[in-house]
Design a protein around this ligand. Structure first.
Ligand code: AMP
Length: 228
C-alpha cells in the first residue's frame, strides 16, 4: 500500500508516519528529513536547499522528486508513506510517473484537516531526540524523565531552525498556495480521505487505521442519491 499524508506543517504527518512504520512495516519517505540530512552532511543539494528551507519556501521540484526517486525502491515491501511530498502539482505528476515505472500505484491520499492558528503553537513548541528522532513538545509531550529520551535514553535534543513563528507563517502560506490546490487532482480519482487532525494522536491514528483497513469514512459526496 502506498499513501500520501497531506496537511500543513504541524498537522501531525511525521508523527503518524513514524507510527505507521512501526505498526505496519511501511517506509516513511519524508522529503523534509532527506533535505535536513543533506544540509547536515553539507552535500551540494544541502548547500542549495538550506537558505530556501530556512525561509520556509519550497525547494525545487526537480531536487525533491529526485530524492524521492532514489529512495522509492527501498519501500517496495510493505509500501511507502509519503510525508511532505508531493507539495506541488508538478511533484504530484512526477510521483505518478515514478510509481508507474515501478508497477506501483497510490492507494490513498489522507488529508489531515487542522486549524492553522493552533498549528503555530504546536510547531513552535516541538523538539526531538538528537539520536533517535522521536518527537516531543514543550506543552503536550515532555520526556517522562526530564532531559532523557523515553525511547533511547539519549540526553541531547534538537529543534528545527524553521520551527519559528515567522517561518511557520511562510510555510503555511506555501501550503495554501501550492499544496492544497493539488487535492482536486486526487479527488478526481477518488483517493482522498479526510481526517480530523486536531483530534488526539491516538484518535488520528485510529482513523488512519480505519481508512487503511477499508473501514474509512465516506468520501464527501459518496452515498448521496443521484440527482437525475
Ligand atoms: P517538512 O519537514 O516537510 O516540514 O519540510 C521542511 C522544509 O523542507 C520545507 O519548508 C521546504 O523548504 C522543504 N521541503 C520539504 N519537502 C519539500 C517538497 N516536497 N517540495 C519542496 N520543498 C520541500
Amino acid at each position: 500500500m502506498n499513501i500520501i499524508l497531506l496537511g500543513p506543517p504541524g498537522a501531525g504527518k511525521g508523527t503518524q508516519a513514524q507510527r505507521l512504520e512501526q505498526a505496519r512495516g511501511m517506509v516513511q519517505l519524508s522529503t523534509g528529513d532527506m533535505l535536513r540530512h543533506a544540509v547536515a552532511a553539507g552535500t551540494p543539494i544541502g548547500l542549495k536547499a538550506k537558505a530556501v528551507m530556512d525561509a520556509g519556501e519550497l525547494v525545487s521540484d526537480a531536487i525533491v522528486s529526485a530524492l524521492i526517486g532514489e529512495r522509492l525502491d527501498g519501500s517496495a515491501g510493505n509500501g511507502a508513506i509519503f510525508d511532505g511530498f508531493p507539495r506541488t502539482q508538478h511533484q504530484a505528476e512526477a510521483l505518478d510517473l515514478l510509481l508507474a515505472d515501478r508497477g506501483r500505484k497510490l492507494d490513498y491520499v489522507i488529508e489531515l484537516q487542522v486549524d492553522e492558528e493552533a498549528l503555530v503553537d504546536r510547531i513552535t513548541g516541538r523538539f526531538s531526540c538528537a539520536k533517535c528522532g522521536v518527537g516531543y513538545h514543550d506543552k503536550f509531550k515532555l520526556p517522562r524523565v526530564e532531559g532523557t529520551c523515553d525511547a533511547c535514553g539519549a540526553h541531547e535534543f534538537k529543534r528545527r531552525p524553521d520551527d519559528n513563528e515567522t517561518t511557520v507563517r511562510t510555510r503555511m502560506a506555501e501550503y495554501r498556495a501550492k499544496t492544497a490546490p493539488i487535492l482536486p487532482y486526487y479527488e478526481e480519482r477518488g483517493l482522498v480521505r479526510r481526517i480530523d487532525g486536531m483530534a488526539s494522536v491516538e484518535e488520528v491514528a485510529r482513523q488512519i487505521d480505519a481508512v487503511l483497513d477499508g473501514e474509512g469514512a465516506q468520501q464527501p459526496g459518496e452515498g448521496r442519491s443521484l440527482q437525475l
